[in-house]
Structures are given as structure tokens and as C-alpha cells.
Design a binder for this molecule. Structure first.
Ligand SMILES: C[S@@+](CC[C@H](N)C(=O)[O-])C[C@H]1O[C@@H](n2cnc3c(N)ncnc32)[C@H](O)[C@@H]1O
Length: 260
């Protein structure tokens, strides 16, 4: 089908057969998988995945692409014509394996949306902007370490896999891309009932990442609290590990409970 790529849907279609083959080899689809592809587009990954799977569920927003896919792949493909940011993954069942060459313009909100369903997910393989993948897997005391790293690492084990050059796509994006592997932790580091507080705390700390915690977290922790937690209040957001954010959250949660 002749299709003019739509910028507003972040359409950069994979065209390099060697890279497509490598991505599918990483995913290793097997018969029993409950596989879901986000943004199948013109089928670059869909076609080779379908060769290994009895069925595949896809979520696609572009109505022209939806009608093309429903004609071309009639039977084995279950198409959800929807905006993935509003999609309720719970309707797909559990043990989900989710894959996709994601639209880069919505990657951060999409990752946060998916995190809400991590109890239903076995693993995920995504193509994303390299810079975003580097931020996802970043460790403390590095320039890439930030809110995205802390919030996602709380829920997922993640690994940067292949780096993909822009020429592998049509039209080529202005940036390099990478494949990231994400597997939900058996349990998040921060208990779910403290997640809202954890989110607020991490947001406050990184809102002015060059400032000391003493200032950015003033509304949450006193000098005595920092002392009790054995965390130096002169540190900055980027110096704290996920575990330290979890300990601070637990401490504030307990204080809040005592206050009633
Ligand atoms: C980068 S393209 C990838 C296409 C194809 N998988 C490939 O690798 O060639 C992103 C795909 O996601 C779709 N898409 C963009 N925004 C979406 C959204 N909010 N919900 C669902 N699909 C979306 C686009 O229409 C497009 O098909």
C-alpha cells in the first residue's frame, strides 16, 4: 500500500531486513505467547512475528493503516483501533509480551501508562530513541539519571540491547534508536500504597536537580529526618539510589500515618 508517513503519529517505518530479523530473534516469539504489538504500522515486525505465532494482537491509532492491516492479515491478527495511551491492557489478559517500534513523540507517557499494568506483563521489547533508553537504564551520579530512571527502575529490570542507525527507517528519524528490554520486578521496590508519595518525592527532588535535597525536599524532610535516615542533605537528586528514595518514602509514609 502507498502510505504517506504521518508525522503526528511518529511514523518511521523499519525497512532494514537484517535489523528486523535481529529484533525478532531478540524477542524469540513462541506459539504459546500472548503477544501484543504497539503501532504495527505497515507490518515490518508484524509479518515476521505472525510467521511464528498463531495470533497477534495489535494496537494502532491510524485508521488507514488499520483498514490496510485488516484486509491484508485478516485472520491471525486481532486489531485494536485505539490510542495506546488510553488503552486498557487488562482486557488482553495476563502474561502479556508487549513489543513495538514505538512512536517517539509519546514514549515517556506511554512507558508510565504501561507501568500501571506491569502485574499483567511478562516482558517487553521496545524500539525507542537511544537517548530515552539511556535515561531509562541510567545509574546514579550520571548525567542521564533522572525521574524516568528512578520511576521505571522501581518497577522494571531493564537492559539496553541493540543500537539502531537512522538509515534503518523510512523516513529516517533525526536521532539514533535502540532496543530496550523490560521485565517487571516480582514486586516493586516501593510498595504500591506508597507509590503516589514516591512519585511526588522524586518529582520534587528532580525538579531542580542541581539543588541540594535539603532545599528541594524541605517540605517533606527535616534535618533530623535526614540524620535518622543517614542521608546527607547536601546531596543532589542525581546522587541518590532508588533504594534511598524508597527509604525516604517509607519514612515520610510512616510519619504521615503517625500524624493520622
Ligand atoms: C515508529 S512507527 C512503527 C511502525 C512499524 N511497527 C515499523 O516498525 O515499521 C509507530 C507506529 O505507531 C502508531 N501510533 C502512533 N501513535 C499511536 C498511538 N497513540 N496509539 C497507537 N498507535 C500509535 C503509528 O501510526 C505507527 O504505525
Amino acid at each position: 500500500m502507498r502510505h504517506v508517513p504521518r508525522k503526528r503519529f511518529g511514523q518511521h517505518f523499519l525497512i532494514d531486513p537484517t535489523i528486523i530479523h535481529k529484533i525478532v530473534a531478540l524477542i524469540r516469539p513462541v506459539d504459546s505467547d500472548c503477544m501484543v504489538e504497539i503501532g504495527p504500522g505497515l507490518g515490518a515486525l508484524t509479518q515476521p512475528l505472525l510467521e511464528k505465532l498463531p495470533t497477534l494482537q495489535v494496537i494502532e491509532i491510524d485508521r488507514d493503516i488499520v483498514s490496510y492491516l485488516s484486509k491484508y492479515y485478516a485472520e491471525k491478527l486481532i486489531i485494536h483501533a485505539a490510542d495506546v495511551l488510553k488503552f486498557d491492557f487488562a482486557v488482553l489478559g495476563n502474561d502479556l509480551r508487549i513489543v513495538g517500534n514505538l512512536p517517539y513523540n509519546i514514549s515517556t507517557p506511554l512507558l508510565f501508562h504501561l507501568a500501571k499494568f506491569c502485574h499483567l506483563i511478562t516482558d517487553m521489547y521496545f524500539m525507542l530513541q537511544l537517548e530515552v533508553v539511556e535515561r531509562m537504564v541510567a545509574q546514579p551520579a550520571t548525567a542521564d539519571y533522572g525521574r524516568l530512571s528512578v520511576m521505571l527502575q522501581n518497577r522494571f529490570i531493564m537492559e539496553q540491547l541493540l543500537v539502531i542507525p537512522a538509515e534503518a527507517f523510512d523516513p529516517p528519524p533525526r536521532v539514533q534508536s535502540a532496543i530496550v528490554y523490560m521485565r517487571p520486578r516480582a514486586a516493586p521496590i516501593v510498595p504500591p500504597e506508597q507509590e503516589q508519595l514516591f512519585n511526588e518525592l522524586v518529582l520534587a527532588a528532580f525538579s531542580q536537580r542541581r539543588k541540594m535535597l535539603r532545599n528541594t525536599l524541605r517540605q517533606y524532610l527535616t534535618a533530623a529526618d535526614f540524620d535518622q535516615l543517614r542521608i546527607d542533605p547536601e546531596l543532589r537528586a542525581e546522587n541518590l539510589s532508588l533504594e534511598q528514595y524508597a527509604v525516604m518514602t517509607q519514612h515520610i509514609h510512616t510519619l504521615n500515618q503517625l500524624k493520622g
